[in-house]
Design a protein around this ligand. Structure first.
Ligand code: GTP
Ligand code: MG
Length: 177
């Protein structure tokens, strides 16, 4: 799970596993470390599969420094020297449905594309938009991002099946490679 601070990474993990395991907060910057959650239901495919809740980028209201912090973190995470024992099946980049055009998200996406991992965009907090706003934002995201775009609401529990389907697919692909 990668995305701006407060975008809903920890909430999405909780919604996916239907448990309150990841700490969430209305104030940005809650998650400060990479937290690993072992997903037993998908683990038969692999020795072990984890959902990883990473700290958000863009905490300091965007700006260059937050992109640099994100780069340091993701660089460490995808570092080839440790990547072998920590194989990345894929990355969900979370983008706030209300803000599909943020430069920090575009910069993060460009970085992740270069890391050559499976990548999908998750449009979070879709419950905050009405129907026509949802259509507009999904269109903008599909234009901005050359990856699958999956709308979710952790609050209402919508779109979660599609995410599980993708995670299962990624798990199968990485276990076969
Ligand atoms: P950091 O750990 O600070 O990077 O944030 P995060 O990306 O983990 O965000 P978190 O899950 O803590 O959620 C931030 C705020 O958004 C909280 O107040 C959540 O309740 C709210 N939120 C998360 N998902 C949803 C959603 O689907 N709908 C609505 N309406 N609010 C949400
Ligand atoms: Mg968090």
């Amino acid at each position: 799970m990668v995305g701006r601070s407060n975008v809903g990474k920890s909430s999405l993990i909780n919604a996916l596993v239907k448990q309150k395991i990841a700490r969430t907060s209305a104030a940005p910057g809650k998650t400060r470390l990479a937290n690993y959650y072992l997903i037993e239901s998908l683990s038969p495919h692999l020795k072990s599969l984890y959902l990883v809740d990473l700290p958000g980028y863009g905490y300091a209201r965007g700006g260059v420094e937050s992109v640099e912090a994100f780069e340091q973190l993701t660089q460490a995470y995808f570092d080839p020297s440790t990547r072998e024992q920590r194989r990345v099946a894929g990355v969900l980049q979370l983008v706030d449905s209300r803000h599909p055009d943020l430069p920090q998200d575009a910069a993060g996406y460009a970085w992740l594309l270069a890391a050559q991992t499976q990548l999908a965009i998750v449009a979070t907090k879709i419950d905050k938009l009405n129907r026509s706003e949802q259509v507009r934002t999904l269109r903008a995201l599909k234009e901005n991002y050359d990856s699958p775009v999956l709308p979710v609401s952790a609050l209402e529990g919508t779109g979660l099946d599609e995410i599980w389907k993708l995670l299962r697919q990624w798990a199968t692909e990485i276990s076969g490679s």
